[in-house]
Design a protein. Structure first.
Length: 279
């Protein structure tokens, strides 16, 4: 029955989330009798909501800002990534009614690069990650899983970068923005996880001139799709990958978990979201 196969994006706010479009596309494509909606969970109600998730009528949910930590804390079981990051973006009830949680954001980052820049990690070297929020944590986790030798985190609030570096061990090193030029000179990969460059936010203004011409540049920001960072990198000949695939690929393991079909990130889906973004 369809009411037993309903999932949703939960968070606050959820009105702008593209996840219903993504999962809706796959449900239709695979002819699955299911639904994927939006459920706004006010901050004051989050703990109760996730602790009593079985009463929601949902088989599972995605979690977005600001509830990823609250959801993880409510889970009876967490996968390694969610445990390490202390944050879950995907939950489901197992056959015994236990609440299980996973973090698939890091898989979204890897899936995007694997699809659009195959071979990007053949010689894992030095990465520079801008920002030290939840997205940065997922990217650091992903890069260490692919054996990057050094992951430099550059952040305005250095304490936040230091906290992540402390959690992930000696390959992860924290810096302030003043070190960026020096770090770019030895980077094989540059990732922006700050909100700078997002529509309506301040621009990300950096001088890419020290960056080697072969370094891959990617942005977690996907609105706009072509950020100034990616435009600037492409103009000097660096390979670039936009951030939309991060959103699409993090959804793959969640959909598979709830609906038992592994969906594809295809051009039609990408086109659908690009159109929705106004591109
Ligand atoms: P998310 O969890 O999605 O990664 P977040 O926790 O809000 O989002 O993190 C946003 C990142 O953008 C942070 O690294 C933030 O830097 P601070 O930790 O110093 O706040 C960064 N950021 C946002 N606005 C910024 C600005 N004007 N200049 C520099 N960094 C900025």
């Amino acid at each position: 029955m369809s009411e037993n196969r309903k999932a949703a994006i939960t968070g606050h706010p959820v009105i702008h989330s593209r996840s219903p479009l993504v999962h809706g596309y796959w449900l239709k494509k695979h002819g699955i009798d299911g639904e994927y909606g939006r459920l706004d969970v006010p901050p004051g109600e989050a703990e109760t909501f996730y602790r009593n998730f079985s009463a929601s009528g949902l088989i599972g949910a995605n979690i977005t800002v600001p509830h990823k930590e609250t959801a993880a804390a409510a889970c009876d079981w967490l996968d390694d990534a969610a445990k390490t990051m202390g944050a879950a973006n995907t939950i489901w009830l197992d056959e015994d009614g236990r609440l299980c949680g996973a973090n698939t954001d890091w898989l979204g980052f890897l899936g995007n690069l694997d699809q659009l820049a195959p071979g990007w990690d053949v010689e894992p070297g030095t990465a520079v990650v801008l920002g030290a929020g939840g997205a940065a944590r997922a990217v650091v986790f992903a890069l260490l899983s692919r054996n990057f030798k050094a992951v430099h985190i550059v952040n305005r609030t250095i304490e936040k970068a230091q906290k992540i570096a402390g959690e992930f061990g000696s390959k992860t090193i924290a810096h302030g923005w003043d070190k960026l030029g020096e770090l770019l000179g030895k980077a094989d990969l540059l990732v922006n996880t700050t909100s700078l460059g997002m529509t309506g936010k301040q621009p990300l203004e950096i001088d890419l001139s020290p960056l080697p011409g072969t370094a891959l540049v990617t942005d977690a920001v996907y609105a706009p799709l072509e950020t100034d960072l990616l435009k600037q990198a492409a103009a000097r000949g660096n390979p670039t990958v936009d951030g939309l695939g991060m959103l699409l690929h993090q959804a793959v393991p969640a959909f598979e978990r709830w609906f038992s079909v592994r969906p594809q990130v295809d051009d039609e889906l990408r086109g659908l979201i690009v159109k929705d973004l106004g591109g």
